[in-house]
Design a protein around this ligand. Structure first.
Ligand SMILES: CCCCCCCCCCCCC/C=C/[C@@H](O)[C@H](CO)NC(=O)CCCCCCCCCCCCCCC
Ligand SMILES: Nc1ncnc2c1ncn2[C@@H]1O[C@H](COP(=O)(O)OP(=O)(O)OP(=O)(O)O)[C@@H](O)[C@H]1O
Ligand SMILES: [Ca+2]
Length: 543
């Protein structure tokens, strides 16, 4: 086909059959879309539709089944040629589905011309993955990971001509260890089928591998870590699926598979957690001490209960009402324009995250000139806390659709540090309930929230330990209180819940690494009214 200046093809416009009728079908490269409209006068016209080329999943030559299509007798006599366009159909609540439209005509050459033009345009979508490494946790969530992948995801990957190497994990850390051994650079992405824990494994494998290959010591809490450009895709099959929900807007395997196929890219902040110059873990969602740490610790013993274990342990932990004494020192995130009390949310193409991306690019140009963290002021808070939560993203999940910090950003280089001070059970319940409704969960005198770029925490107990004031009696008392749920004593330590895994130390040093990794996602899209298949009723809107 002849090309226009700039290598573009002229608009391809043909009269093609779709269903029982004839449509005027246009492939408009300039506007990046495939559109079909009813050529009859407006009064008699039916629906007009368009699909952005970036949302076409695949194009296939099709055997046209004439019996299926109840068309006129004269057409039955002629041999028909057809092609099917598979595309993303956006439904309610950020759910995506694979839809298809089969176009037919009598002219074989015309049909080939269409198929070829569409396939060439798909080839030009350079961010789409061709080869993926897939890890499936067969025991995550309701133990449906393998079935979900085989029945819902693999057929879509194969439709989109994506080749995969699939590993079904045999034990915890299988995926993480494997990522240090395989040639990761031959893949366009790594997919994990499981929950937040499985994602965490894959993230640790990939980030750890990147640092190892670049000679960066992860034990150095001040090290500038190397960004990981191999994207991770999450097929949700876990208990909380908070990372998937917060980055896509829904926890749905088909929707996530389609985001992977289209080659979406969402950068993500990662917090590193250290203790005494020793690397402990990375976190992208919740780093929680007190309430969420205690829930996790209790729920680990109840894995057999599946996702229900969190409700059971949540109720138990709520009743135990433990508070913990300690000191927090943090550096405010001055580089970002947002605040945790903003009404604006982080959404697809977020302006605040884009600003951080620009700053990051400038910083890496001027490496060496940037300010050392040590030079900036630290704020110190001492107190008795029911919960200390640091979230690098909103932590929205089906249990709490707006999350622990609704205005947190996915990729702004900061975390929201939420301090819930000692209060009555009733007040704490009011605070928890606000995670499930529209009321502001930070609007309580016992809750403070700060946007930070790093923080440190030391529990009163470890401070006392360090100053050697702990005696046998205190140890005994600590033991007694741990076993006595009605006691609210502060002498025992809690545990850190780091994206659903426990940490061994209570004293931690945490630093946010702006956009350290990338996901096959695009953030949560603003709700739009014309979601359903981009159906428009007016021709003006179409052309
Ligand atoms: C009255 C209802 C209040 C409901 C309050 C719901 C708040 C839910 C907030 C969920 C935040 C999840 C943050 C994500 C953390 C993930 O990195 C991690 C790994 O998957 N998941 C968990 O640690 C798993 C954490 C699971 C937390 C479940 C909390 C359940 C609390 C239940 C309290 C019941 C009180 C009832 C009193 C009558
Ligand atoms: N084959 C396996 N056998 C046992 N454990 C595994 C296996 N594969 C992975 N794991 C571990 O299981 C843990 C939990 O997995 P996953 O996150 O998929 O489910 P979940 O805990 O139910 O969900 P969530 O993390 O969302 O609460 C992960 O930390 C992972 O290390
Ligand atoms: Ca952030």
């Amino acid at each position: 086909m002849e090309r226009l200046p700039g290598g573009r093809r002229p608009r391809l416009v043909s009269s093609l059959g779709l269903g029982r009728r004839s449509w005027e079908v246009t492939l408009d490269e300039e506007r990046g879309r495939l559109a079909w409209r009813d050529p009859r006068p407006p009064r008699r016209a039916g629906e007009n539709c368009f699909v952005p080329i970036s949302e076409i999943i695949a194009v296939e030559e099709t055997e046209f089944n004439k019996k299926q299509r109840n068309i006129g007798r004269w057409q039955k006599m002629a041999k028909l040629h057809a092609f099917t366009v598979y595309y993303v159909k956006k439904a309610r609540n950020h759910r995506w589905r694979c839809s298809d439209a089969t176009f037919w005509c009598e002219d074989e050459h015309l049909c080939n011309q269409w198929t070829q033009a569409l396939k060439e345009l798909l080839e030009m979508q350079k961010s789409r993955p061709k080869q993926l490494l897939v890890y499936i946790n067969p025991y995550g969530g309701k133990r449906q990971g393998k079935r979900i992948y085989e029945q819902k995801v693999a057929p879509l990957f194969s439709l989109a001509s994506i080749s995969t190497d699939v590993v079904i994990t045999e034990h915890a850390n299988h995926a993480k260890d494997n990522l240090f051994e395989v040639n990761i650079y031959k893949y366009d992405g790594v997919v994990c089928v499981g929950g937040d824990g499985m994602f965490s494994e894959v993230m640790h494998g990939l980030i750890g591998r990147m640092q190892k290959d670049s000679g960066i010591d992860q034990n150095n809490p001040k090290a500038s870590l190397v960004q990981c450009n191999i994207r991770i895709g999450i097929i949700p099959a876990g208990s909380t699926d908070c990372i998937c929900y917060s980055t896509v807007g829904i926890s749905d395997p088909v929707t996530s598979a389609l985001h992977i196929i289209l080659g979406d890219c969402q950068p993500l902040d990662v917090s590193s957690v250290h203790h005494n110059n020793t690397f402990l873990k990375y976190s992208v969602s919740l780093l929680g001490y007190g309430f969420y740490g205690d829930i996790l610790k209790d729920s680990e013993k109840k894995r057999w209960m599946g996702p229900m274990r969190y409700d059971y342990s949540g109720f138990k932990t709520f009743l135990s009402h433990h508070y913990y004494e300690g000191t927090i020192a943090y550096q405010p995130a001055k580089h970002t324009h947002g605040s945790p009390r903003d009404k604006e949310r982080c959404r697809t193409g977020c302006y605040i995250c884009k600003q951080s991306e620009k700053q990051l690019a400038e910083q890496s140009k001027e490496r060496g000139l940037k300010h050392e963290e040590g030079e900036e002021e630290w704020k110190v808070i001492k107190g008795k806390f029911l919960a200390i939560n640091a979230v690098s993203m909103s932590c929205a999940c089906p249990r709490s659709p707006k999350g622990l910090s609704p205005a947190a950003h996915l990729a702004d280089g900061s975390a929201d540090l939420i301090l819930v001070r000692k209060c009555s059970r009733f007040d704490f319940l009011r605070y928890l309930v606000r995670h499930t409704n529209q009321d502001d969960q930070f609007d309580f005198p016992f809750v403070d929230v700060y946007r930070v770029k790093c923080f440190q925490f030391t529990s009163k107990l470890s401070e006392d330990n360090e100053s050697n004031v702990m005696d046998i009696g205190k140890k005994r008392f600590g033991q007694f209180c741990r076993d006595h749920p009605a006691c609210c004593c502060s002498i025992v330590n809690s545990t850190w819940n780091c994206d659903g895994e426990t940490l061994d130390s209570s004293a931690v040093e945490v630093r946010v690494h702006c956009q350290l990794m990338k996901l096959f996602a695009r953030g949560i899209e603003e709700d739009c009214k014309d979601e359903a298949a981009h159906s428009q009723s007016s021709i003006e809107q179409l052309l």
